[in-house]
Write a protein that binds this ligand. Sequence first.
Ligand SMILES: NC(=O)c1ccc[n+]([C@@H]2O[C@H](COP(=O)([O-])OP(=O)(O)OC[C@H]3O[C@@H](n4cnc5c(N)ncnc54)[C@H](OP(=O)(O)O)[C@@H]3O)[C@@H](O)[C@H]2O)c1
Length: 329
Amino acid sequence: MRTIQWGIIGTGNIASKFAEALQGMEDTSLAGVASRNLEKASKFAKEFGALKAYGSYEELAEATDIDVVYIGTPHTEHLVNAALMIKNKKAVLCEKPFTLNERDSKYLVELAKDNKVFLMEAMWTKFLPTTIQVKRWLNEGKIGIVKKMQIGFGFFNEFNEAHRYFNFNLGGGALLDVGIYPITYAIDLMESNPDKICSMVSKLENGIDEQNCILFQFPGQAIAMLSSAVAVEVGKEALIIGDKGRIRVPNFWKADKAYVYDNEGKLIETYKEADRVNGYEFEAYEVNQCIREGLLESKRVPLKDTLDVMKIMDDLRKEWGIHYPQENN
Ligand SMILES: NC(=O)c1ccc[n+]([C@@H]2O[C@H](COP(=O)([O-])OP(=O)(O)OC[C@H]3O[C@@H](n4cnc5c(N)ncnc54)[C@H](OP(=O)(O)O)[C@@H]3O)[C@@H](O)[C@H]2O)c1
């Protein structure tokens, strides 16, 4: 099978995890890594077995031995970084949120189409075997008709403006960082966008959303109660409630197990994932396969789904009065 040559730009927290996943994959090579600082790139390359280190993102964009670039930079940089790679005919897997807003995401989608390169949001949760199993259970009617979902993703952090979670200039706040997961998960499980949306937000003095609650109503009237936070421990579980039972998914965004209960609360089925490197390999396998097949987007994470979620988040932020400085351009 053709080996896919990856490049990584940005050498932070998530890029390390993604590189670790690539190391554990078949027919996959980490051909190069780029940092804004060559020393950092070299250290990262040594740690994760990358063949080359670049001291700028531009140099990696021009490399001729790279098929696809993983973008692991802060939200605010995705637009410019992804555009650079696309213009240099590189396929792109870009971290979530894809960009700050729908307008910028649409620009990237058009640019990729014009340059005939593959583009995908790194919404890894959709590729987890546990997520696939939960969807299978729902399609089999294991819990009957879905009536309600409760999905939270949030944690407590001390306020620290140096961290991107709290930094307004780096697209900080709960919605774009973690709120995107419950939104995407609910829509994916219901296989529909919501008909109605209402919400509440608590903002910090610097303007970011510390926490939010969002209610979706889907066609057929199922309701999803979604919450996210960067400074409040709101849990990380998804509960999907049907008229015949419920499914519980602990740590749903990185889940490796899920449980089905009947209406009396009796556990009737358990799913446990067999094996993983660290969970990020599943999205990378999808990208490898799409590139081998010459596809320009993934069927599991199509660009339309990414744009739909960006639009929902734009509308919520408009209501909450959250407008990032980069959006003035
Ligand atoms: N899929 C997931 O599970 C997951 C988990 C965490 C984060 N994420 C997403 O991944 C992205 C990065 O998050 P992270 O936690 O890895 O961030 P991080 O640890 O701060 O790393 C970001 C990296 O981006 C580069 N960078 C480029 N421009 C920058 C700037 N202006 N300020 C700071 N760093 C800059 C830096 O690498 P160099 O110095 O080497 O250039 C930095 O190390 C975010 O969009 C986040 O939403 C996804």
